[in-house]
Design a protein around this ligand. Sequence first.
Ligand SMILES: [Ca+2]
Ligand SMILES: [Ca+2]
Length: 377
Amino acid sequence: MMKKQGNFLQYVTLIFVLLCGLQFDLRAQCSEDCVWPGDMNANGIANNLDVLAYGIAFGETGPARADATTTWEGQTAEDWGQNLPLLGADYKHIDADGNGVIELNDQFIIAVNYNQTNENFVGLLGNNLAGDDLFLVPQNTVAAPGGSLFFDVHLGTESNPINDLYGIGFQLELDTQYVQEVFFDFSESWVGNDEEYFGFGKYTDEIDHASVAVTRLDGNTVSGFGKIAQIEIVITDVILGLEVDTTACLPFPVQFKNVLAIDAEEGDLMIRSRGDSLTLKHPSQLVLSNSFVSFLNDIKVSPNPTMRFINIETKHKNIERLLLFDSNAKLVFQQNFDEEKVASFRLDTQNFYCLPGVHILVIMSEEAVLRKRVILL
Ligand SMILES: [Ca+2]
Ligand SMILES: [Ca+2]
């Protein structure tokens, strides 16, 4: 009799546990109009064009999402009752972190889940129209291994200004085998100033492009022309072939893809673009100051990979500044030598919090900036 009662209690407990589990599953699973953190326009992919939705809804508030995470999974959320004017997505999709406010923290999640897709994805938004609205103005047209290509991105010209712009996003197709890093600078742009405007740039070597978006945040469009961003492409420090054959050069085309510029109502401004062809050359072929070339050739970073110490040496006493970024592009070390330039320096990574992984060491002289990939074991 006691045994039977014990079995009964076990069954009741088991059924209770199963029911609780089912309830938990029902709450976690989402079946309709689910929020995928980072896919703000709800087209099934998290990418730079979601920044345009962020710009439109910036500052708006609504119901917070229960049990919100930033993981790439469909999440149930209450509608806010406000929608993107053209794509129609409810603003709940734009609140990526689910705290009930559309603010700076939300856009970080686009980068975290960048290029992730779900079953709603049917293709990339944006145009590939050839023309002269969006173009590159290279600051240097050739670079050596370890050096950088700098160019400004221009939108509109004096004779062809762009009217009623709210935001623009595009991808830059690059030959990623030669690219070490891409840096984006939005500090100078006719689209806006600090608080009324936001710039987004993303590059990873798993995808064949760098992606950019700039948007207003205040609901007002602008008309104008000129520079909207500066981009630096850092070239890998070893390019086989170029190292051996000093007369070789490699074409390095940069093409615009999936361009989408919108007005305040998400209307497509049908922006046309043209890319550019730049060149990679052996350092000896570059028409640059002698000190730049010798700096590039003479700098030695060892050991690499390293367990702890990074030794930096040049033949000349011309290192002005050292910076070290970790794999999340966070600055972990910097030192200025100012008047007292040095020819060698030993960096002890145990002096600061430094996780193992790929680090970028930036070595600056008066004439040049060199970035080296350093692996910390
Ligand atoms: Ca999207
Ligand atoms: Ca939020």
